[in-house]
Design a protein around this ligand. Structure first.
Ligand code: SF4
Length: 371
């Protein structure tokens, strides 16, 4: 049987891990899930090294390294992977070998992206977000197994076309103004919400064709200070970030320093000042924010092929966009305009905490009641 066509994000093949030169090495700050194959290799490993390896595996059902998401126990002082150094690349866990590559084979089509929780991938994104063609044709390399088991090709086609329209509209809106971007996000949010409810509650899908917008009753970019505060009051921020993700810890402390003593009224004024002074006023920044939102949609929206939850993935994107925008503005206010590498570090730190620590993702979703 012939393989499905492959499309890759334009900068996919440019990625090369910075290894020991990376400012925010990915072996910190997340729980590392272990696949069956590495577990088998570890259980067969003899002698003291085998004993040490097994002592670093945690978890009752899903086996993991680094349960407190502080630092992989196999990271060496030189910033390299100790397992890879000793046993070779073929030995390490799938997730470590693949990261930050995201390779999705949906069945009718495959798409490859880079995970922007990697600082170098985020840096490449900053060089390429303006590319006219974001997804380019891939070669005929071997694809991974299919994601999930949905074979409803009509559902896939509808979702895929809808995603393409949404991406085109948001790319247009973010080149006009911050208000236009917010209006577009709100219009799509209302629609995604209605479609998801119909899919999941009524088991029907005839709302896809409707372009009707719906007033969701709040702005999405920026969210209100109350919603931002709800996000920051979850386990997204914890004291031990000081050890596991010091850069993110520094960003979160900037937030508390700026907002802790303000009531909601004063906090709303401060948020507006930050947003208007450092984001809305800067056309390039508004475009970057819109394109960042698009990058999350490209990476995550098609998961609703399997879980029928398009709004959920849309919400992922606007929540993480707001965290990124908030920290960008706070950084700018305190330290002056961030350099490209600093923007990449802000983006990667937020993504890593938001998408790679399940509790943070669930908590933030549950905390923000929007729309
Ligand atoms: S974050 Fe990216 S560049 Fe840095 S060590 Fe990990 S994969 Fe390499």
């Amino acid at each position: 049987m012939s393989q499905p066509p492959l499309r890759k994000i334009s900068y996919y093949d440019e990625f090369k891990c910075r290894s020991s030169e990376c400012p925010d090495n990915c072996c910190h700050g997340w729980v590392i899930p272990l696949d069956e194959d590495i577990l088998k290799r570890i259980s067969g490993e003899k002698g003291l090294y085998g004993f040490w390896l097994r002592s670093t595996v945690h978890g009752k059902y899903q086996k993991i390294f680094s349960p407190l998401s502080i630092r992989c126990p196999h990271l060496t002082r030189e910033g390299l992977c100790g397992i890879q150094k000793r046993k070779g690349e073929s030995y390490i866990a799938d997730v470590c070998r693949e990261y930050p590559k995201i390779r999705m084979n949906y069945g009718p089509l495959a798409e490859y992206f880079l995970d922007l929780s990697c600082v170098h991938a985020a840096f490449l994104f900053l060089h390429h977000y303006d590319d006219e063609e974001l997804l380019v044709q891939g070669g005929d390399e071997e694809l991974p197994g299919t994601y999930g088991n949905n074979e409803d090709r009509d559902h896939f086609k509808r979702l895929y076309e809808h995603r393409a329209n949404m991406v085109a509209e948001l790319r247009r809106a973010c080149r006009v103004s911050a208000e236009e971007l917010n209006d577009s996000l709100c219009a799509y949010a209302g629609r995604e919400w209605r479609v998801q409810n119909q899919l999941l509650i009524k088991g029907k899908s005839d709302l896809w064709e409707s372009d009707e917008a719906e007033d969701i009753g709040c702005d999405l970019f920026p969210l209100s200070i109350k919603q931002i505060n709800e996000m920051m009051s979850t386990c997204f921020y914890e004291e031990w970030l000081k050890y596991s993700a010091p850069f993110l810890y520094k960003l979160c402390r900037m937030y508390y320093k700026a907002f802790d003593k303000l009531d909601y009224e004063k906090g709303a004024e401060e948020l507006k000042r930050l947003f208007d002074s450092y984001i809305a006023v800067d056309e390039r920044m508004v475009t970057l924010c819109g394109e960042y939102f698009v990058s999350v949609i490209l990476r995550r929206y098609m998961m609703s092929f399997e879980d029928y939850s398009p709004y959920h993935h849309f919400k992922d994107a606007y929540l993480v966009l707001n965290l990124f925008g908030l920290f960008y503005a706070l950084w700018y206010d305190k330290n002056g305009k961030p350099k490209k590498i600093e923007i990449a570090r802000i983006m990667a730190a937020v993504e890593k905490r938001f998408f790679h620590n399940d509790n943070a993702l669930k908590d933030v979703h549950a905390a923000v009641k929007a729309p």
